[in-house]
Design a protein around this ligand. Structure first.
Ligand code: GAR
Length: 189
């Protein structure tokens, strides 16, 4: 069994989709949700699948000894960032031998980097009049949105799109691709 830990800061629809996908799996166990936001919707969503949650303070994320200890205690083999907004520091990356992945709601390197998350990304895509957008699943390094790309999926940007409509289309791509990528990586761990 490959234990994964999900990091999420917000609503948590991707986290829930992953928990649902792997409920009853013989390959992957979602061992915990880690967050920095005690009001994250992800907490309640994961509780529906009996996934325990740990809330860590800003100080703990910045100096992550306790987070590393907890990852080790859970025998974590893969960390999955699903709408996680804090910086991930090197000790966390090292604790899982670099097996840490993120999902980003655009076709990196377009619209990535600091401050580019959630709706900010979709607004930037529309402001740039891009004809398509999509998702990128990539390894996490200390460079924000800079790690090696594992997979990308694209979708059209429609003439009358709002950021919300585009976000919905992009979310559908995320729900399809993210559990499949996690499964492929877990098979090799
Ligand atoms: C997702 O679209 C994810 O790609 C994005 O946040 C959203 C979280 O939605 N992540 C980033 O922007 C990271 N830079 P969710 O909370 O409903 O899963």
């Amino acid at each position: 069994m490959v234990n994964i830990v999900i990091f999420a800061s917000g609503n948590g629809t991707n986290a829930e989709n992953i928990a649902r996908h792997f409920a009853g799996s013989k390959l992957v166990k979602v061992a915990a949700l880690f967050t920095g936001n005690p009001r994250a919707g992800a907490i309640e969503r994961m509780a529906r699948y009996d996934v325990p949650c740990r809330v860590f303070s800003r100080e703990q994320w910045n100096c992550p000894d306790e987070i590393v200890d907890e990852l080790r205690r859970l025998d974590t083999r893969l960390v999955v960032l699903a709408g996680f907004l804090s910086m991930v520091h090197k000790p966390i990356i090292d604790a899982v031998d670099g097996n840490i992945i993120n999902i980003h709601p655009s076709l990196l390197p377009r619209h990535g980097g600091k401050g580019m998350w959630g709706m900010n990304v979709h607004r930037a895509v529309l402001e740039a009049s891009d004809c398509c957008s999509g998702i990128t699943i990539h390894y996490v390094t200390e460079v924000v949105d800079g790690g090696a790309i594992i997979c990308q999926r694209r979708c059209p940007v429609l003439p009358d799109d709002t950021p919300e409509a585009l976000a919905e289309r992009v979310h559908q791509l995320e729900y399809e691709a993210f559990p499949a990528v996690i499964e492929q990586l877990a098979e090799k761990l």
